[in-house]
Design a protein around this ligand. Sequence first.
Ligand SMILES: Cc1ncc(COP(=O)(O)O)c(C=O)c1O
Length: 442
Amino acid sequence: MTLHQKPNTLQTDSFWMPFTANRQFKKAPRLFASAEGMHYTTVDGRKVIDGSAGLWCVNAGHGRRQIATAVERSLTNLDFAPSFNMGHPLAFDFAERLAEIAPKGLDRIFFTNSGSESVDTALKIALAYQRAIGQGTRTRLIGRERGYHGVGFGGMSVGGMVANRRAFATHLPGVDHIRHTHDLARNAFAKDEPEHGAELADDVERMVALHGADTIAAVIVEPVPGSTAVLPPPKGYLKRLRELCDKHGILLIFDEVITGFGRLGTPFAADYFGVTPDMMTTAKGITNGTVPCGAVFASRKIHDGLMTGPEGTIELFHGYTYSAHPTACAAGLATLDIYKDEGLLTRGASMAEYWRDALHSLKGLPNVIDIRNVGLMGAVEVAPRKEGVAARGYDVMVDCFNRGLYLRMSGDSFALSPPLIVEKSHIDDIVSILGDAIKRVA
Ligand SMILES: Cc1ncc(COP(=O)(O)O)c(C=O)c1O
């Protein structure tokens, strides 16, 4: 056993952990040592089922040798190549393969390294496009309350999770938010898309009335907000959003960082809901979580709208050193092969009903106030304790971990999104451990 596998000898001071209560965590670290298929193994040798596909990213399950082999080959063959004014074939192959599975028309691909970068890239493309087509007054960006779009200044500004915004006073100017769709009074325990709330999309009209359509460049939403604990959109909501954006010349961006790559039983949420945005932001499942990578899928209208000016001029002054990194492209291509060979981009559809019924079997347990599901996403929400939000959620999460289930908590909700290779027996395990934890702790 190497030093870093012994928690009692672990030095925890130097690593400033992201999105973690550092002082609390370091008193009793929860440490994974390895992973295979649907399971992690902890440093003390316990198997823990992965209820959240890592951080919504390990869609094909853990330990995929095909990806490891492709990464190794790529690293030894071409460790790095610039994508500024130079290129390498894997990048073009990867973009073509992504274009093949994209919703119709969204087949121009800009590579990034993360969801946050994809979001900031899409927002910048939206602004540049509006300017290029003579709509330079359209500089306003509209997000949605409870949205999560990563942690860059752009994504944070259009995001709507209070704790992610509050400490950082400086936001982008000219950003506003439409209302969120979480409505426990009307929709608690709804299955799949809730009945009530399509009219909340009309908030776009409120923004137009307040600011003027000619000041608004784009609206960005997650088709299914994930980090804010899985909020399936009300029936008809996204279609209405699309219609209103069209009516007012506003671009619509779907942040599919979580919903992309099969999460809902279709390649993208755009396919599931039958609504095509102007741009889609992705990351996570694009490489099965193995190598940092993201991509913005843009429509031809947007791409071609920016391909103007003299041929020798850079059309978009934007990009990252590691955009289309060879290792990421190799990992991504191997990931797409697995998705295709194993039918994983649509497999969720055949499991969704079992998943829904299993989750909703927890209705009636102490303090459970809502259960939500769509595709292979789901959440169980418990009432907050008097002492504060997330206290009950934290205790349930720790109890689950101790009994062999890893899941994401968001406040007092437990967000679930298993790898898409999940079998019914795994779903049974996930739901029974969570149910027991709620009974014991909540
Ligand atoms: C919808 C959405 N957008 C953006 C991001 C940010 O992605 P990253 O953490 O890779 O920057 C996330 C991360 O969870 C996300 O869920």
